[in-house]
Design a protein around this ligand. Structure first.
Ligand code: URA
Length: 234
């Protein structure tokens, strides 16, 4: 691929803006030799203002989503893309969130531009376990674990029951819940079905991949080791 297209696809600017960067001599190889718009050079060997290029397509990252950010590209309020380098919003192929977390949910959010990988993660067939920690307005009743594990719980306005889910009480008003599907507002609606109300919700883990010590609002690229952990959960 010609460099002008490579850089435009990475969000460095429109073709016109990127062409100007070449004319200004800002795009070089690793040795500092000026490169030209129609050169075809390996991604790893290109520098812009002396800096390596943003990651090539096939990018997967995890973000520690804080409360208050929406998984959307156009919400008028804070959006998860605000927490990434501005160029990441302009990439082609598009960098998308893998499923969604509600605005009021914090935790591990995956993002990728790899459509096949995204599909594999969200597909109900993969049954990837997603671990949530919920804080509740009322004490647990005691029958939630059996109800959620039953595979018969039907949420309002749905016509198929939820797949069995594992609940572990962490205190009178706190519970860990492991789901293998991702329906709209699922955790909040499951507890609502028991007459309770979720006051805080956090997702520390997807598959066997955890946030580790990644602070809220920070992100990092995933490597093959992380992806193995993501899928090695059964
Ligand atoms: N379930 C919810 O209710 N909210 C989320 O953000 C994720 C799962």
């Amino acid at each position: 691929m010609k460099l002008v297209k490579l850089l435009a696809n990475l969000g460095y600017g429109s073709r016109k803006e990127v062409a100007r960067m070449f004319r200004e001599g800002r795009v070089t190889d690793a040795a500092g030799e000026v490169l030209y718009a129609d050169d075809q050079v390996a991604h790893a060997d290109v520098r812009v203002d002396g800096e390596p290029l943003d990651p090539a397509p096939g990018l997967v990252l995890m973000l520690h989503k804080p409360v208050g950010y929406t998984c959307s590209t156009r919400d008028p309020g804070r959006i998860v893309y605000d927490l990434l380098p501005p160029r990441f919003r302009l990439r082609k192929p598009l960098l998308s969130t893998v499923g969604r977390l509600d605005r009021d949910t914090s935790g591990l959010l995956l993002m990728t531009d790899d459509g096949a990988l995204l599909h594999r993660i969200v597909s109900p067939k993969t049954k990837l376990p997603k671990t949530y920690e919920a804080t509740l307005a009322e004490d647990l009743r005691g029958d939630e674990a059996a109800l959620f594990a039953s595979g018969t719980l039907m949420l309002e306005s749905e016509d198929t029951p939820l797949a069995p889910a594992r609940l572990e009480p962490l205190g009178p008003r706190r519970a860990r819940l492991v789901l293998t599907e991702g329906r709209y507002h699922q955790v909040r609606r499951m507890f609502a079905a028991t007459g309770n109300h979720v006051t805080a919700l956090h997702r520390p883990q997807v598959g066997n991949l955890t946030l580790g010590d990644l602070p809220p609002g920070d992100w990092r690229l995933l490597d093959d080791h992380d992806l193995a952990a993501l899928f090695n959960s059964n």
